[in-house]
Write a protein that binds this ligand. Structure first.
Ligand SMILES: CC(C)(CO)[C@@H](O)C(=O)[O-]
Length: 389
């Protein structure tokens, strides 16, 4: 848990995580080991920490001093990271010392580029880098509160290591290249019936991820910029035009990925028109939803935009493809956040220590903002999602 507020909410919910299936609650009680992040360090929380009474109402006798949280230092074998991409990067960075080349991190995000960014800024030495698995989760869930979710639509979980960037000749499956922790985690998921999990090929998982990324790169920023529910984007001519332009760029970049060259059916699967149909279908299916990006902008939090449209812009640059529409959309989101946050902080824009940098040839002048202490939150929420570590 990344703060004490989350722990307190968990304690108040009697330390239970629950999933509701068709009105029936499946309760996972007791026994979950908890660590809380505080001051950049993780602390292990004793099961009866802060408790005076047992569940049956009897007073707990701690015999001497009550249990205290201790620093959690032991290495982590398997880490499943299911939060948004921008939070995933910061969370994993805070665990850097406990992750070794024997560890496996499973990344379950809609956005892409977390592993690349971790390799660049957190694990620059390839020999000491943890292993990665990517998972695409298509089960539909609704968060009722922080520790209670409602299962809405059936789906699957597809798992694979990342696809290598360079073009590789097809070779038989080489099982020995998987670290024991990768095998353990994959087995654990595939043996958990409710996850409906499969071990798939890296290329197939990448293509599922890219379809999701294309859909989210349209729906999320357009709902956040227009402050509307997903379904409100349907049947609006200007939205359709923007959608087509965004998808033309996204499709062009994906089709040029070196790791996908020669994959049968690539052109049909990522045709702009097919992506547009996917978006429209998703808009209909989720018409009542408030997208995660709109939610984040409203709550003044960092967004995933750098791992959606920003990812397309960066991959496009590497391939010599300029994505002006995606570039504009990601900066409109950053601008909206800065304007909201600055207005709230009533700060005067003079100069600052926060610079948002883009590596691209599209980069304009560096963005400089006021450095009043009250703008810390404003800076943080954009910095969360910007390119520099
Ligand atoms: C449709 C969606 C998955 C696209 O990111 C998202 O906006 C949502 O969950 O509403």
């Amino acid at each position: 848990m990344v703060n004490w507020g989350m722990y307190e909410a968990y304690r108040q919910r009697k330390k239970r995580l629950t999933i509701d299936y068709d009105g029936l609650t499946d309760g996972l009680k007791k026994g979950i080991g908890i660590e809380v992040l505080t001051g950049g360090k993780w602390y292990r929380i004793p099961p009866d920490y802060g408790e005076k009474y047992e569940d049956n109402g009897e007073r707990i006798d701690h015999k001497g001093s009550p249990p205290r949280p201790e620093k959690a230092k032991e290495p982590i074998d398997c880490l499943v990271v299911a939060c948004k991409s921008n939070q995933a990067f910061n969370g994993i960075r805070s665990l850097k010392k406990r992750l070794t080349s024997d560890s496996t991190i499973m990344l379950v995000q809609n956005g892409l580029g977390v592993a690349e960014r971790l390799n660049r800024f957190v694990f620059p030495d390839p020999s000491r880098r943890p292993n990665y698995l990517h998972a695409v989760f298509s089960h539909g869930m609704d968060k009722k509160d922080m520790y209670n979710v409602r299962y809405k639509t059936v789906g699957t979980t597809n798992i694979a290591p990342p696809a290598p960037r360079e073009i590789t000749l097809a070779k038989p499956e080489d099982d020995t290249s998987w670290a024991p922790s990768m095998k353990y985690l994959t087995r654990l998921f595939t043996l958990t019936p409710s996850l409906v999990a499969f071990a798939n090929t890296p290329t197939n998982v990448l293509m599922y991820q890219l379809e999701k990324l294309a859909v989210s790169s349209v729906i999320d920023p357009l709902t956040a910029l227009n402050d509307c529910r997903n379904g409100d984007l349907l049947y609006v001519e200007s939205v359709s035009r923007l959608m087509r332009l965004l998808l033309l760029e996204i499709s062009r970049v994906i089709m040029a990925f070196p790791e996908l060259q020669g994959v049968p059916g690539l052109e049909d699967r990522f045709l702009p028109e097919r992506l547009r149909r996917l978006v429209v279908w998703e808009l209909g299916r989720t018409r009542r939803n408030i997208s995660p990006m709109l939610h984040d902008v409203k709550h003044r939090r960092g967004t995933e935009v750098e791992y959606l449209n920003g990812y397309i812009v960066r991959r496009g640059e590497e391939l010599g493809i300029t994505c002006v529409i995606n570039y504009m959309i990601k900066h409109l989101i950053h601008a909206k956040q800065m304007i909201y946050n600055r207005a709230e902080a009533e700060a005067v824009p003079i100069d600052s220590d926060f610079e948002m940098q883009d590596s691209s040839h599209l980069t304009g002048p560096q963005i400089t903002t006021s450095s009043s202490p009250s703008t810390t939150k404003a800076r943080q929420s954009v910095k969360d999602s910007s390119e520099s570590p």
